[in-house]
Design a protein around this ligand. Structure first.
Ligand code: SAH
Ligand code: SF4
Ligand code: F3S
Length: 430
């Protein structure tokens, strides 16, 4: 049987899709890209903003008619499944199975039920880590491996649905994590990215390696050349972790550190647990320790109660930090979250206008960063052949910037020195 996975959402979700894919492949099924040629279509969902949800429901409309015409098996997994639970089976009566993010390791079972024409649902979240383990033989991304070290989130930022759909924080045992990284290293991985909603609170309150010590242990694993992690919360960015930058040779000079807002009033309403000045202080410490570090972030505009002055504080923070890149979003109310009940909704056109100003400011900062790379020689891990040209390859710098340059496919997987000749808005040429 042929299956296809339509994936939405964050890197955790992408990794979950890879896990389901490897489980189904191991039980003899074949993964293909086109839903129209598949026997089974799995939609792995995200509900972090309303837009993601809308995309899902419009896709389901199309898949429904595919099911009518060809009788494909349809399954819904991921965060929308978890937030709707059994309700998803009522709302979408034509789906065959649905699994929450903590149950994706049961994907083969779910498909087997569907083949026998019985519906299968599992949204339990008992804090077990079975869904986090990479299956042996997972082709994953051969050169760049992703390893989940923890799941869930205890932070309850007032706007965010993630703690409700991914549950409380649970860390995997460091021995299991290290064994898995040794395994992917043996299979040829050069880079490992540690995944979790809030990786720097890994093992908080547990009698196991704290996050900086985990990084040190990974730094000793032969074959691994680069270590990255996402995502970090500013309040848990400890001095011990800051010290790892610049002292662990394999830890890349790059960090994604969402700040969300520059106004202390809004940060407090968001329940973020730090002030703008505390955030800036951590940025200064990171740069003292590691001057070349590339810093990226997420930011929300139009949070309830955000006045023009509050938004100006966000603009100030962005021009002070000069991020290498930033993802910014208009606030989207999510059901059951604390912020959805707050007064002071910002009109959509005001929020959109702020978003445009913010993105324009960031775009020119990113471009300046990229242009300042011109003439420098940097280490690049070659990931793939280029999509645009036969005799080009693409890779990333340690600071996580994309570089396209002349090269042959046999360079894929190697670390090379590249001279940057041009910096663009979203990539570099070398
Ligand atoms: N665990 C990560 C990622 C959370 S979701 C973290 O804490 O950084 C990714 C980003 O989506 C968040 O950083 C935030 O900027 C944005 N986001 C989350 N909920 C949102 C909402 N209700 N409306 C708009 N953006 C939101
Ligand atoms: Fe959501 Fe905040 Fe947790 Fe990130 S830290 S997942 S934004 S609640
Ligand atoms: Fe979306 Fe769930 Fe990730 S809501 S951002 S897929 S944790």
């Amino acid at each position: 049987m042929k299956f296809c996975i339509e994936n939405f959402g964050c890197q955790m979700n992408e990794h979950d899709a890879e896990k389901m894919s490897s489980l189904l492949t191991r039980s003899g099924m074949e993964r293909i890209n086109e839903a129209k040629d598949a026997d089974i279509v799995i939609v792995n969902t995200c509900c972090v903003r309303e837009k993601a949800e809308q995309k899902f429901y419009s896709l389901m409309g199309r898949l429904r008619s595919l099911k009518r015409r060809k009788g494909v098996i349809l399954g819904v997994t991921g965060c929308i499944a978890q937030s709707e639970k059994e309700g998803i089976g009522e709302r979408l009566p034509y789906i065959d199975f649905s699994l929450g993010p903590s149950s994706i390791h049961r994907i083969t079972e779910a498909v087997e039920h569907a083949v026998r024409k019985t519906r299968f649902f599992d949204f339990s979240d008992n804090g077990c880590t079975a869904s986090l383990v990479v299956e042996p033989g997972n082709p994953c991304k051969r050169i760049k491996a992703f390893v989940t070290i923890m799941k869930g989130c205890n932070n309850f930022c007032s706007y965010c649905i993630v703690p409700y759909v991914r549950g409380r924080e649970v860390s995997r045992d460091s021995r299991d994590v290290l064994r898995e990284i040794e395994d992917v290293a043996e299979k040829g991985a050069k880079e490992v990215t540690l995944l979790g909603q809030n990786v720097n609170s890994y093992n908080k309150g547990r009698d196991d390696l704290p996050f900086p010590d985990l990084l040190k242990a990974i730094n000793r694993i032969g074959g691994i050349e680069r270590i990255r992690f996402v995502t970090s919360h500013p309040k848990d960015l400890s001095p011990g972790l800051i010290d790892c930058f610049g002292s662990l040779d394999k830890l890349c000079e790059s960090i994604h550190l969402p700040f969300q807002a520059g106004s202390d009033k809004i940060l407090s309403l968001m329940n973020r647990g730090y002030s703008a000045e505390e955030y800036l202080r951590k940025i200064r410490l990171l740069r003292e320790r590691c001057p070349d570090i590339a810093i990226t972030a997420d930011c929300i505009v139009g949070f309830p109660g955000e006045g023009e002055e509050d938004f100006e504080r966000t603009m100030d923070l962005v021009s002070e930090v000069r991020f290498d890149g930033m993802f910014s979003f208009v606030y989207s109310p999510r059901k059951n979250t604390a912020a959805s009940g707050l007064p002071g909704a910002v009109p959509r056109e005001v929020a959109l206008e702020r978003l445009i100003r913010l993105q324009a400011a960031q775009k020119s900062i990113t471009l300046e960063h990229n242009r300042s790379m011109e003439g420098r020689v940097v280490q690049v891990l070659v990931e793939d052949r280029s999509r645009n040209s036969e005799d080009e390859v693409m890779g990333r710098t340690r600071t996580n910037k994309i570089v396209n340059f002349r090269g042959s496919p046999d360079m894929v997987g190697s670390l090379v020195e590249v001279r940057i000749t041009k910096g663009y808005a979203n990539s570099l040429r070398g």
